[in-house]
Design a protein around this ligand. Structure first.
Ligand SMILES: Cc1cc2nc3c(=O)[nH]c(=O)nc-3n(C[C@H](O)[C@H](O)[C@H](O)COP(=O)(O)OP(=O)(O)OC[C@H]3O[C@@H](n4cnc5c(N)ncnc54)[C@H](O)[C@@H]3O)c2cc1C
Length: 393
């Protein structure tokens, strides 16, 4: 996302921007849901991607108790989109001649007034700048700041996106139309409707984004990252390789723990998968002629659903700085000055919201926030709401 946004904005101001993606096939997002924010909508418009058929609009949030009774409501119109839809809109802004699949970044050499970038297979490209939009485990960041490493938050998410057509009548009536919350102690279940396969927004053809936050210490996470063939993975396990005993355990637990309509949603997910939550702050996001954007620059826990919005704003700010300054080094310094502190604010805010999970509460402020967020109404007021950055301006 950040790479595509960056290329779209840079091309608008006359730069020749080339996108190098390590995947050999067009990317797909496994139905991941993305909450939208005003910043994202604006960036989509300005980048030329547009917001056509962006997603599903919900009118309100609801919180359920274990029996399925609605215990809280908040009216908040919000468009929920999907990773696939955003990728498709942004991908269309880049001429295929400038989008290169199967290019795996390996290292960068900084020359006086540019970069020499090495990719797998001995391929080398030269440029005035290198923008690292290569995600939380960024190889570009590792090349310029190897000391900055993502930190495990102490919790992970079970996820999936069942088809609307596979949901029970109970789930369709009680939770599908809403941004739904179920919030037992040290857990969060969040669900909302998104577009279906091929961005289909027709009733009956949409999907339902399901997320269940669970606490796990590093030892338990490591054990979960052993796959069905006994292979230990570093960070997470590709969905088809997740051990069956974990999925059986999840489903058994859900029968007892979840409101019936939400459990119906989990039952409709053929292959639930898990994502451990990490975050980090980088002290700078520029080094010489290398700039970082999106998750490569800083990565917040996903409680605000703001990662793609942040990526879009980084990309826009970088292109604006390069447009407004004749000298590239001055422009990059300006980009760092503006965006590094914002990235840091976003990560710290996500840690505040993460206190709901009750993990590693270190200060009185953490404990007070944890207490506050035990009230479902507070969660509905804080989680993935628009304009949360206004409080920091
Ligand atoms: C559970 C969860 C829920 C989320 N919910 C939301 C939400 O509701 N709303 C929201 O806005 N955000 C959400 N996010 C965050 C969002 O997904 C990310 O912030 C966003 O995808 C970041 O985009 P990016 O382009 O910076 O990085 P990525 O999406 O990680 O993309 C990096 C790209 O770089 C490529 N790459 C990596 N290494 C190399 C290399 N060596 N050479 C070449 N290419 C390489 C990768 O293949 C990939 O295509 C969520 C995240 C999680 C984990």
């Amino acid at each position: 996302m950040s790479g595509l946004f960056t290329a779209a904005f840079l091309r608008q101001s006359g730069w020749d921007a080339e996108v190098y993606e390590r995947s050999t096939a067009e990317l797909a997002g496994r139905g991941a849901g993305i909450t939208t924010h005003p910043e994202l909508l604006e960036a989509l418009q300005k980048s030329g991607a547009g917001t056509r058929d962006l997603g599903v609009e919900v009118e309100k949030r609801i919180a359920l108790d274990r029996t399925g009774r609605v215990i809280g409501e908040k009216h908040l119109r919000q468009v929920l989109t999907s990773w696939d839809r955003l990728q498709r809109l942004l991908r269309a802004t880049i001429d295929p001649a400038h989008y290169h699949l199967g290019w795996n970044f390996e290292r960068v050499e900084q020359e006086g007034c540019g970069v020499r970038v090495h990719f797998s297979g001995g391929r080398v490209e030269h440029g005035a700048i290198l923008v690292g939009g290569d995600g939380i485990r960024s190889g570009v960041r590792a090349a310029i700041m190897p000391e900055v490493q993502p930190i495990y938050a102490g919790y992970y998410i079970w996820r999936g996106a069942p088809n609307e057509a596979d949901l029970s009548r109970r789930a369709l009536n009680e939770v599908f139309p809403y941004f739904s919350f179920f919030l037992p102690p040290r857990q969060e279940v969040i669900c909302y409707p998104i577009a279906g396969f091929n961005d289909d927004l027709r009733p009956g053809y949409r999907r339902f984004n399901f997320i269940w936050y669970r606490v796990a210490d590093a030892t338990l996470l490591k054990e979960m990252c052993v796959d069905d063939k006994g292979h230990q993975h570093d960070y997470s396990v590709p969905p088809p390789r997740i051990r069956k005993d974990l999925i059986t355990g999840l489903r058994d637990e859900a029968e007892e723990a979840l409101p019936p309509a939400i459990n119906d949603c989990l039952r409709a997910i053929e292959q639930p998968f898990f994502t451990p939550i990490y975050d980090f702050i980088a002290p700078r996001i520029v080094s010489g002629r290398v700039a970082l954007v999106g998750d490569a620059a800083s990565n917040a826990r996903p409680h605000m659903g703001f990662g793609v919005s942040k990526a879009a704003c980084d990309a826009q700010a970088l292109a604006d700085a390069l447009r407004d300054h004749d000298d590239i080094d001055t422009a990059l310094a300006e980009y760092n000055r503006i965006r590094q502190p914002i990235g840091e604010i976003i990560v710290r805010h996500s840690r505040k919201l993460g206190t709901h999970m009750g993990v590693n509460l270190q200060t009185d402020e953490d404990r007070a926030m944890h207490q506050l967020l035990q009230d479902p109404r507070a969660m509905m007021d804080w989680i993935a709401v628009p304009n949360f950055l206004d409080a920091y301006r």
